[in-house]
Design a protein. Structure first.
Length: 234
């Protein structure tokens, strides 16, 4: 087996962790392994960004908390009720109630299945752009800076209200507030987003500016104290 094949096999094995990573189901060792892999795998980064809203959607479809129902009567309990003097009318009412509970349970299950299907296949606004509809026009840039190990991939996505900035950041300062700025042709700068550096140094964030992509001349990522982490000319 070649080295390339070994690398592909390793990628395929770690890629299978993506769902469990998203839902918080990995062991500590597997979580560390996948986090390290995620830092250098654009494919996994893109897929994770597309489904990052799925846990929130699934949390809205909690069958166990939305479908309380009483235990259905057993033949033994029905017989006991008869020997205790239950009338035939009372038994009929009990059976009718059981049937209604079963119908409600089937309705809840059908609704939950439909909601889960919508979560996976139909909720483009939750799961991120591009799953079902063609993605909007975008431009990609890589931001770096002399003396800094940080690397930031920036996608400028044209929107009706301005520009959406999708950032994939590696080797960022840990625990510091980080700010992304956009600079126009006249040198005016404005903040387009901020976040706190993660323990792994990796993060995916989204920013926004009223400037159109063709009005942005440069992008700068800095610490809150003003140190330049990465910059790119557009």
């Amino acid at each position: 087996m070649t080295i390339d094949q070994n690398q592909q096999d390793q990628h395929d094995e770690l890629h299978q962790f993506l769902g469990a990573y998203l839902l918080g189901g990995l062991s500590d060792d597997d979580h560390r392994a996948f986090t390290e892999h995620l830092r250098t795998c654009p494919t996994c980064q893109q897929e994770l960004g597309q489904v990052s809203g799925l846990p929130r959607l699934l949390s809205l479809v909690d069958i166990s908390t939305q479908m309380p129902y009483a235990a259905e009567p057993t033949p033994e309990s029905a017989a006991a009720g008869s020997t205790a003097g239950s009338s035939s009318a009372g038994l009929a009412d009990l059976l009718n109630a059981a049937r209604r509970r079963r119908r409600r349970r089937r309705a809840w299950l059908a609704a939950a299945a439909a909601a889960a299907a919508v979560a996976v296949f139909g909720a483009g606004t939750w799961l991120g752009p591009g799953l079902l509809d063609p993605p909007p026009p975008s431009q990609h840039f890589t931001a770096t800076a002399a003396g800094s190990s940080a690397k930031v991939g920036v996608d400028l996505v044209k929107r009706g209200w301005g520009t959406q900035l999708n950032l994939a950041c590696q080797d960022m300062p840990v625990g510091e507030e980080i700010v992304v700025y956009v600079v126009d042709a006249n040198g005016r700068e404005s903040a387009a987003g901020s976040w706190l550096g993660t323990e792994t140094g990796y993060s995916r964030v989204t920013g926004a500016t009223a400037l159109r992509p063709d009005q942005i001349r440069s992008i700068e990522v800095r610490t809150s104290s003003g140190d330049v982490i990465a910059t790119a000319r557009t």
